[in-house]
Design a binder for this molecule. Structure first.
Ligand SMILES: *[C@@H]1O[C@H](CO)[C@@H](O)[C@H](O)[C@H]1NC(C)=O
Ligand SMILES: *[C@@H]1O[C@H](CO)[C@@H](O)[C@H](O)[C@H]1NC(C)=O
Length: 427
């Protein structure tokens, strides 16, 4: 392992000057977790070193992926060596990795005359325009709702899709959102593709999904962060609020900012850290809108899907290891969803792993998934889409595949959750 460290250091000192320079001395390493004590070690290192974990690992099933910086690399590798944990280099120079992503995206776009919005990584203005055009073209089916401004003043919007204008209370609501973490670019295409499949391109086999279910689809929870990943830092994850206690620190991990065991485990108290939960629950307007949507439709939202990348996981509450009272049903719907996606997965993708988020991965607090379950949504999930070997930088060639397979999973989860809704209403 010492040789590996030398190679790592040698490469990172050969800094290329150009775009994404701030990441030139960073690498991504894969960590082979053997058991729960390795997982615990990584979790401790995460909080001690404010590590940037890219993919959560599941012992024996999936390696963890961690980005190292000059500040964390030695301590991390020392700790892994001391505990006999194996690791390997996934990306030597993160700046170069991101330049390759950008060059490839540019080339891909220049070779295509036309593409649908959900086949690419559109900017926020294009996403807003698409949602407006859907609402304008299909007024009897889709309603555009303004949730409110983001911290920086971008208007956060969602579409309500319904054949009965949300008036038929016998229908369950499926609520999905994406891009709460700004760098997880493949998540928004899945939300946009779902809109497309429900409104513009309904297929016979999906007719029931449109007539029997009402949909709330919010494609970009964190538009400030998302735009920032396009203009400044590709790997930005948090919101863009200025910390009231320390103005040098920007942003909150929105998926630690919900009022569910807030600021207890899996968070950093350093306001500059990537898992900083904020000064109070819902300090961020962006998470407040999710709370408000849940509150407005609480008696009818049957399933909530908070979409992330990457790692191929369907996870459910609670982040402190306790389980919801209907855990068997929550597991059933999540497992059916993962299995449905697996039937058409690419060979290089891992199978979906399904379970309680703290048991499968490790403890977290303040997540959207936990909050949804806690306030009474019967089926509340975190979905981690595939990254293949591309991590956050999934080439656009793969987006159709991810959209298609994930839609299949969404369809299965919608139908199953609806069956349980029958039981809920008659209770
Ligand atoms: C749907 O209902 C809202 C009130 O909740 C109303 O303002 C709107 O005009 C209705 N839309 C249609 C197409 O009937
Ligand atoms: C603000 O955070 C930075 C980075 O963590 C730290 O160096 C600085 O001391 C902090 N300032 C205050 C006033 O706490």
């Amino acid at each position: 392992m010492e040789r590996l460290l030398v190679v790592l250091v040698a490469v990172v000192t050969l800094v290329a000057s150009g775009r994404h320079d701030e990441y030139a001395s960073n690498s991504v390493i894969g960590i082979k977790l053997r058991d729960r004590s390795d997982l615990k070690l990584l979790s401790t290192l995460e909080s001690d070193l404010d590590l940037d974990i890219w993919q959560d690992g599941m012992p024996g099933a999936r390696d963890a992926m961690v980005m190292t910086t000059p500040a964390t690399q030695y301590a991390l590798i020392d700790a892994l060596d001391n505990n006999g944990v194996e690791y390997y280099v996934v990306v030597q120079n993160v700046a170069k990795h991101l330049e390759e992503e950008e060059d490839h995206l540019f080339q891909w776009r220049s070779q295509r005359n036309s593409r649908m919005i959900f086949q690419d990584y559109p900017r926020y203005a294009e996403i807003e325009a698409y949602m407006e055009s859907i609402a304008n073209q299909y007024p009897n089916l889709a309603t555009l709702v303004t949730a409110g401004p983001s911290y920086e003043g971008r208007i956060i919007k969602y579409l309500k899709i319904s054949t009965t204008n949300f008036t038929d209370t016998s229908k369950p609501i499926y609520f999905m959102d994406a891009m709460i973490h700004a760098r997880e670019w493949v998540t928004t295409p899945v939300a946009l593709y779902s809109i497309y499949r429900l409104v513009e391109n309904l297929r016979t086999e999906d007719a029931d999904l449109r007539t029997d279910v009402d949909w709330i689809i919010l494609p970009v929870v964190n538009p400030d962060g998302y735009e920032y990943t396009h203009t400044n830092e590709r790997l930005w994850r948090k919101t863009r609020s200025i910390n009231p206690l320390n103005a040098t620190c920007i942003g909150v991990d929105a998926n630690r900012n919900f009022d569910a065991s807030f600021n207890t485990v899996g968070v950093s108290s350093n306001p500059c850290a990537i898992t900083y939960p904020g000064i109070t629950p819902f300090s961020e307007p962006e998470t407040g809108y999710i709370r408000d949507i849940m509150a407005e439709y609480l008696n009818r939202i049957q399933i909530y899907m908070n979409i992330h990348s990457y790692g191929n996981y369907v996870l459910f509450g609670f982040g402190d290891h306790s389980l919801p009272s209907n855990a068997v049903h929550v597991h059933h719907v999540g497992a059916a969803m993962g299995a449905a996606i697996d039937t058409m997965k690419l060979p290089q993708a891992g199978y979906y792993l399904v379970g309680n988020s703290a048991s499968v991965l490790y403890s977290t607090s303040g997540s959207a998934q936990d909050y949804g379950q806690l306030v009474g949504i019967p089926f509340s999930y975190t979905l981690e889409l595939p990254g293949y070997s591309y991590l956050f930088s999934v080439p656009p060639e793969y987006v159709d595949q991810i959209n298609e397979e994930t839609w299949r999973g969404i369809a299965v989860s919608a139908r199953l959750a609806k069956l349980y809704y029958g039981a809920r209403s008659s209770n």
